[in-house]
Design a protein around this ligand. Structure first.
Ligand code: HEC
Ligand code: HEC
Length: 473
């Protein structure tokens, strides 16, 4: 069995010592007058949770420990005052703000570890667990842990969407398929005018590269056209605001999101990732500078070539473990870029065929449709029956089962059932679990899913290479 890159949570102190030991002498931190203060400024010692009431500024550049090393969060426009800032301040009635679910230490998403820690610290009383979508269904007894099991075990929030779909101008339109509820373990799919599905928070950073003028590149189903429409919906639903944020607040949220960059900065085994002359795809500073190719999160057209700086490692002054790790990453990069396998449409392709520059398409890879989705009796299950006149689903025909119809909840098209909009690949180890429905607990499980789904036939060594590659982005 190959090792998954899930490390035991090491105390920040231990991580720092380990970090210093791996860095070559010239990268060791200089002697400092007040090491504790410096450490607290640079690393989140003991305060992984950002409470909306914290009120301290978010530094221009800040590194946070995560399970495979450190993540860097970079505010291109400088330090951000969070006091009164609409991203960090509750806009509605339940005490949540955007930062509640988009936490700096979770790469601006929210890891399952952090959710559980918050439950333990507040006995389930944090606004994070608000009945509206932080519980399996609002009418369940809210003081019971099992009423929040989907959030506590899979890291997913309830997303309730109108059914049938409505157009941007508010008109209903007729979908070309029917939905029946086959299984309703949360009891939240009793109302036929609304469908509840359960999804992970997506990363609210690097959005300069994600929120494109074409629209439709946000949320698992691509339902939001712009960052401002997204923020309005988030305030009204997740924060239970009684009115939309003001135009000034929306602009402030968008401006903040567009100047915020995030990527892995340092790896416990691989060392400093964003070193001068290193692969230009790596590190938040490169992302913020818009170095050619990094605009495509995760992969550039020249993905394999962009790792050339790591290809001639024999001359580099690297520790043995560090060199072995970087060699493994290169195996992963090359596999990602050029190992061909059969895609569901019968054509040959690679990981990079789908995850090429510009992540703006949704496609069904079988994460939510049966029979390929992970068996999940805790999630709702729907039977889809497509009209005889409708174009059928490309792989599944006209009747099949799904846990989340994805894009089809917006387009009303049978052919879109199970299509999910791809996520960016940055800071991955800081925000497990993966896939919109949280069905892959760690990167090893994610790679296993692709290996099985597309019958790629990866060896353990190859799987490890992919895991290592994904964990340094
Ligand atoms: C209760 C948790 C929660 C709160 C509070 C919250 N979000 Fe989110 N956010 C989510 C979830 C869940 C998704 C993904 C939903 C989906 O895919 O359907 C998401 C998605 C996003 C995305 C999409 C990113 C992408 O790549 O598609 C952005 C941007 C975002 N949120 C910003 C915000 C802002 C701005 C606020 C505050 C106004 C906010 N969020 C408040 C949970 C939350
Ligand atoms: C046929 C297109 C396709 C191919 C081929 C493909 N992916 Fe994906 N990938 C997707 C889609 C769609 C999603 C979003 C699925 C979801 O969230 O349910 C995704 C999601 C991901 C994620 C993000 C998970 C997250 O939650 O942030 C990673 C990482 C990933 N893929 C890695 C890979 C690797 C590695 C390969 C090659 C072994 C690969 N993909 C091949 C379409 C593809």
């Amino acid at each position: 069995m190959y090792a998954s890159r899930t490390f035991a949570i090491v105390s920040s102190g231990a991580m720092l010592v380990l970090g210093a030991a791996l860095l070559p002498a010239q990268q060791q931190p200089h002697a400092v007058i007040d090491p504790v203060r410096i450490m607290e400024a640079r690393y989140e010692v003991g305060r992984p949770w950002w409470d909306p009431a914290r009120g301290t500024p978010l530094a221009a550049s800040k590194d946070f420990d995560d399970p495979s090393g450190q993540l860097r969060l970079l505010n291109k426009s400088g330090e951000v005052q969070t006091k009164g800032h609409p991203f960090f301040t509750p806009l509605g009635s339940n005490g949540r703000s955007c930062v509640t679910c988009h936490q700096p230490t979770s790469a601006m998403s929210l890891s399952l570890d952090l959710i559980r820690l918050r439950w333990a610290e507040t006995n389930g009383k944090d606004p994070l667990f608000a009945a509206v979508d932080g519980s399996n269904c609002p009418d369940l007894p809210q003081d019971k842990e099992e009423s929040h099991s989907l959030l506590l075990e899979r890291g997913v929030f309830r997303i309730a969407l109108p059914w049938p779909p409505v157009t941007a101008s508010g008109q209903l339109f007729k979908p070309d398929f029917r939905i029946e509820v086959v299984r309703d373990p949360t009891g939240c799919n009793k109302n036929p005018a609304s469908i509840s599905v359960y999804r992970r928070p997506r990363v609210a950073a690097n959005l300069q590269y994600i929120a494109l003028p074409t629209g439709g590149t946000l949320m698992a189903d691509g339902r939001e056209r712009t960052l401002q429409s997204q923020a309005t919906s988030a305030a009204l639903t997740h924060e239970q605001a009684s009115a939309a944020p003001t135009r000034a607040q929306l602009k402030q949220i968008e401006d903040f999101e567009r100047q915020l960059f995030m990527a892995q900065q340092w790896d416990v085994l691989g060392g400093l990732l964003a070193e001068p002359g290193g692969p230009p795809l790596l590190g938040a500073d490169n992302l913020a500078r818009g170095v050619v190719g990094v605009g495509a999160v995760p992969a550039a057209d020249n993905l394999a070539a962009s790792f050339d700086p790591w290809r001639n490692l024999s001359t580099a002054n690297l520790a043995i473990r560090q060199r072995a790790f970087r060699e493994s990453v290169l195996r992963g990069v090359d596999l990602f870029a050029s190992r061909e396998f059969h895609l569901a449409d019968g054509k040959q392709g690679t990981c990079a065929t789908c995850h090429g520059p510009g992540i703006n398409h949704s496609i069904d890879i079988g994460t939510t449709n049966l029979p390929t989705a992970k068996e999940s009796p805790e999630l709702p299950l729907f039977r889809i029956t497509c009209d005889a006149s409708a174009p059928p689903h490309p792989q599944l025909g006209r009747t099949f089962l799904t846990q989340d119809p994805g894009r089809a909840l917006i387009t009303g098209r049978c052919a879109d059932v199970g299509s999910i909009l791809m996520q960016q690949f940055r800071g991955l180890t800081a925000h497990a679990p993966y896939f919109a429905n949280g069905s892959a607990g760690d990167l090893a499980e994610l790679v296993d899913f692709f290996d099985r789904r597309f019958k790629i036939g990866l060896t353990d060594k190859e799987k490890q290479g992919l895991v290592n590659f994904l964990s340094i982005l």
